[in-house]
Design a protein around this ligand. Sequence first.
Ligand code: GRF
Length: 216
Amino acid sequence: MNRRLGVLISGRGSNLQALVDAIRDGRLDAVIAVVISNRPDAAGLQIARRAGIETLCLDHRTAASRDDHERAVARELRARDVGLVCLAGYMRLIGAPLLEAFPQAILNIHPSLLPSFPGMNAQRQALEYGVKVAGATVHFVTEELDGGPIVVQRVVPVLDGDTDATVSARILVEEHRAYPEAVRLVLSGGWRVEGRRVVRTAGDAPVSGRPLPGGN
Ligand code: GRF
């Protein structure tokens, strides 16, 4: 698979940083071709610039329509020969223009164990619900919000004294592990989607590089 990534952000960019670090450390064989933000003030743009990655700001507020904005994003990604799009705190719903330009080639990271707690403030939703475990999910993006096939999930405990901030911080540590791991699996090509399930195809190395229990 084409190993050129396009990362879309709207804010802080810590998951972008995790991808940059994984590539730099040789844990992920990929190139970030471009980072696109829909917000000019996104802190993640600085992360990209520091890493020497091309940045673009395509402000959705200046586009004629939602579709127009997305078409512009898709055009810039295609112009840079991007093979896999990574949403990393990108606060826009994804519609037909991007889904059609990148079929089964857009990933998102969400701070909950989907299908629990889709949408905004997932960590707070989980805490208020009273769950005992929370976590992070990397999934393929489909037209359904936070609803596509799951690539990687990682779990954290929810402790009695937790606040939104403490549980979010614990989940974030796992997000930063999960995203490079998921990108690595997807780029390896050793998977297929069966129904809703992303399954590894025979002979592919486990994502972690370690044998799975049961000798899979
Ligand atoms: C993360 O919690 C991610 O799961 C969610 O938005 C947040 C983005 O954080 N989709 P960052 O910009 O990557 O630091």
